[in-house]
Design a protein around this ligand. Structure first.
Ligand code: AG3
Length: 283
């Protein structure tokens, strides 16, 4: 349905917290349905192009999806000489798979999404994001990530590309899940999980980091600026048994990116003092 261009009611608003909203003027609602798991909405915003929201929370927009998808994938992938087997838990839009497959060494990229409606909405409305799902190296599993990871083995990288820790994603933030990821990784393997906003979700980030420390020896936080997510500054937690160091290939790579650069590979781990402080203080 096409909405009047300047109708003041033609807005999509994410209610980010009880006291904070982010509004997007929209000119069309492309899809609005209830899947068995959540509310799925695709709208066209004037500023950021098409936007996918699940249960009212912005997941992806055409205007800034590259930041999240490049940062959740390339930063850990460039810690490895030749990653071969990668899994994405969540991430039904396919953006993470698209970035993973830019690494020529990758032989298998598994997408494990609980909600098939998210995958079909992405295929229909975000072809430039979901395109790589048709690559012969990609496999889509419509399955519960927690169950799926229990039988997974020998992965070089597992990415938790989840929604917020409410609704279907809750179990993806638990120490038990991190433990079964640790068992599913090959020696030298890495876990990366999106970990919300350092302004708004400090307690959650600390809780996730502590949960990861029960299963991994090294846990590090890194950041990226994502304008359509709550507060605009987003974090990612990386966990591994050996301290990850970028592999020299990150300096000479020819893969096409729009946010990631070799400097950003290192700079993303440089934390503002308030973030350093809440990550190190007790309690
Ligand atoms: N998943 C992380 C989205 C979290 C955003 N939270 C919010 N808007 N309240 C993104 C999925 C992209 N593949």
């Amino acid at each position: 349905m096409v909405l009047a261009r300047h109708n003041p009611q033609s807005w999509f608003t994410e209610y980010q917290t009880d006291s904070l909203n982010l509004g997007f003027r929209i000119d069309e609602i492309l899809l609005h349905e209830k899947s068995p798991f959540q509310d799925v909405l695709v709208v066209r915003t004037e500023t950021y192009g098409r936007l996918l929201a699940l249960d009212g929370a912005v997941q992806t927009t055409q205007g800034d999806e590259f930041v999240y998808h490049e940062m959740i994938t390339h930063v850990p992938l460039f810690m490895m000489a030749a990653p071969k087997k990668v899994a994405v838990i969540g991430g039904g839009d396919g953006g993470s798979i698209r970035e993973i497959l830019k690494h020529a060494s990758v032989q298998e990229a598994h997408l494990v999404e609980i909600d098939g409606r998210v995958v079909s909405a992405a295929r229909q409305f975000f072809p430039e994001i979901s395109c790589a799902l048709d690559d012969p190296r990609a496999q889509v599993h419509l399955a519960d990530g927690i169950e799926w990871v229990r039988q997974a083995r020998d992965y070089d990288l597992i990415i938790v590309d989840s929604t917020d820790p409410v609704g279907p994603a809750t179990g993806l933030f638990s120490p038990d899940f991190y433990q079964s990821i640790a068992e599913a990784l090959a020696p030298g393997g890495i876990l990366v999980a999106q970990s919300e906003s350092p302004y708004l979700h400090q307690a959650l980030i600390k809780q996730m980091a502590n949960g990861m420390r029960t299963a991994f020896s090294h846990v590090r936080l890194y950041l990226a600026a994502i304008p359509t997510y709550p507060s605009g500054l987003w974090s990612f937690l990386m966990a591994s048994q050996h301290l990850p160091e970028p592999h020299a290939r990150y300096l000479t790579t020819k893969i096409a990116t729009r946010y990631w650069t070799p400097h950003i590979q290192s700079a993303a781990f440089v934390l503002p003092r308030f973030v350093e402080e809440f990550m190190t203080c007790d309690g």
